[in-house]
Design a protein around this ligand. Structure first.
Ligand SMILES: NC(=O)c1ccc[n+]([C@@H]2O[C@H](COP(=O)([O-])OP(=O)(O)OC[C@H]3O[C@@H](n4cnc5c(N)ncnc54)[C@H](O)[C@@H]3O)[C@@H](O)[C@H]2O)c1
Length: 444
């Protein structure tokens, strides 16, 4: 099939590359000309395991093309995916300006029947708006072309995006016509080989499913963070509690690790957007509101532990920071708890040596430039470099190389053997026995 994918971010690039890998002919479009030029040269704008190989292979074999021109990508395209960002607006709502701009552009160039698919995470009712935006442009130029709008939310996880896309738990497709249902079934049949993974439903049902999934996962995290904070006060080891409840098959072990709160480009904005949708519909979302508030507060928990140990004024102190990405396996630092902690440490007068296996470049380009002035933050290329004469280490992202570091070497390098551990996955280290002063979340 011939496919156009609009937006080459985490979702668009993975979607385009994976459909090309399945033999389809895909053209990826982005307004960012520099990104497109670099992709054409085989340069990856994001870190995602396995993605580079697929992009390079399919580009070389001519099945994956990149352009800045949507009109060019749409020539003969049977399916057009909209995979652009839907960031939070000031009021917490999902900002649909990019999605609707693309829909308008599609209407301006559409010449044959196509299925327009919203893959971006969008609130209930957006497909209707997309449909109207396409119709307006068609009407403007007096063209009569049939098209359908389908909702196909994406459930991939950053850090495992290619694997998730290739082996999805389920493929949710919201349709309102038999014609678009047939096109989507044909498109996804290669992903459902040993059993049918496609769940067809109404368009609005599909839009709501995406938000509900993310909100549920965010709820589990915030719930467990609340329990961990309580464990702190009761001198209870939350790790034992986690194992105790996770073994209940109704609860399960996933998403019940306490930590510094959820970040990234999805959970925070999607919970906010769902809260906004509820309020817009005169409904007070008490659970969602609490999930959001617990998470906002959770991002400050590690800093509070630091000031409880060192006092409010941290000037003259240097901290090592391991982990900047919002989770392991990605270079994404959007709404990352580590970034909140970093800002607090700087504001309190501390100096920070920060390390992340993949997110150093993102940190260099996306963090406020004044953070790098006067040596407030130094990004280092090796995890142990972040320990040179530091007064304490803050561990935030649970990257694998941080699980079993060389504690003897660490102690020799650090001025004080103190660790603040905000990772939401505990390792079996007995840091106390190794002579460290240890502060975990729900764990001492
Ligand atoms: N990142 C994830 O893990 C994930 C998972 C599931 C769903 N989603 C959803 O998918 C959507 C995209 O997320 P993302 O993380 O890939 O975003 P992103 O910010 O990484 O990428 C969006 C891309 O769209 C491009 N763009 C913006 N306007 C455009 C236009 N008019 N024409 C062409 N390109 C345009 C931008 O230049 C950018 O490259 C969001 O709605 C998000 O909520 C994201």
């Amino acid at each position: 099939m011939k496919i156009a994918v609009v937006g080459t971010g985490y979702v668009g690039l993975v979607t385009g590359a994976c459909f090309a890998e399945m033999g389809h002919c895909v053209t990826c479009v982005d307004v960012d000309a520099e990104k497109v030029a670099k992709l054409k040269d085989g340069w990856m704008p994001i870190y995602e395991p396995g993605l580079k190989q697929i992009v390079l292979r399919n580009s070389e074999e001519g099945r994956l093309l990149f352009t800045t021109s949507l009109a060019e990508a749409m020539v003969e395209a049977e399916i057009i995916f909209i995979a652009v960002g839907t960031p939070s607006g000031e009021d917490g709502s999902a900002d649909l300006q990019y999605v609707l701009a693309v829909a308008g552009e599609i209407g301006a160039s559409l010449s044959d029947y196509a299925v327009v698919v919203t893959k971006s995470t969008v609130p209930v009712g957006t497909a209707e708006k997309v449909k109207a935006a396409v119709a307006r442009e068609l009407q403007e130029r007096g063209a009569e072309v049939a098209y359908d709008v389908v909702s196909n939310p994406e459930f991939l996880k950053e850090g495992a995006a290619v694997e998730d896309f290739m082996k999805p738990d389920r493929i949710v497709v919201g349709v309102d016509s038999d014609r678009s249902r047939d096109v989507m079934r044909e498109l996804y049949k290669d992903f459902s080989r040993n059993h049918d993974r496609i769940l067809f439903m109404g368009v609005k049902d599909a839009e709501m499913t995406k938000y509900t999934g993310n909100a549920m996962l965010a709820t589990k995290i915030s719930f467990m963070n609340e329990i961990a904070n309580l464990c702190d006060r009761l001198d209870v080891d939350v790790e034992n509690v986690r194992l105790g409840i996770g073994s209940d098959s109704r609860i399960g072990y996933s998403f019940i690790y306490p930590g510094c709160g959820y970040g990234g480009s999805c959970f925070p904005k999607d919970v906010r957007a769902l809260i906004h949708t509820a309020k817009e519909n005169n409904y007070q979302p008490m659970v969602l509101q609490a999930v959001h508030e617990r998470n906002e507060d959770q991002k400050h928990v590690l800093f509070r532990k630091i000031t409880a140990r060192f006092g409010e004024d941290l000037s003259g102190l240097t901290f090592g920071l391991w982990g900047l990405a919002f989770k392991p396996g990605t270079d994404d630092i959007r709404e990352a708890p580590a970034v909140v902690l970093l800002g607090e440490l700087i504001a309190a007068g501390a100096k920070v040596l920060a390390y992340d296996p993949e997110a150093l470049e993102a940190a260099r380009t996306e963090l406020p430039p004044h953070w790098f002035e006067h040596g407030c933050v130094t990004l280092v290329r090796h995890q142990y470099e972040a320990l040179e004469q530091v007064d304490a280490l803050a561990l935030v992202t649970e990257w694998k190389p941080f699980r079993h570091p060389d504690f003897r070497a660490m102690k020799e390098m650090m001025k004080q053997a103190i660790i603040f551990d905000g990772r939401n996955q505990y390792n079996p280290l007995n840091l106390k026995e190794d002579g460290f002063e240890y502060f975990g979340i729900g764990r001492h």
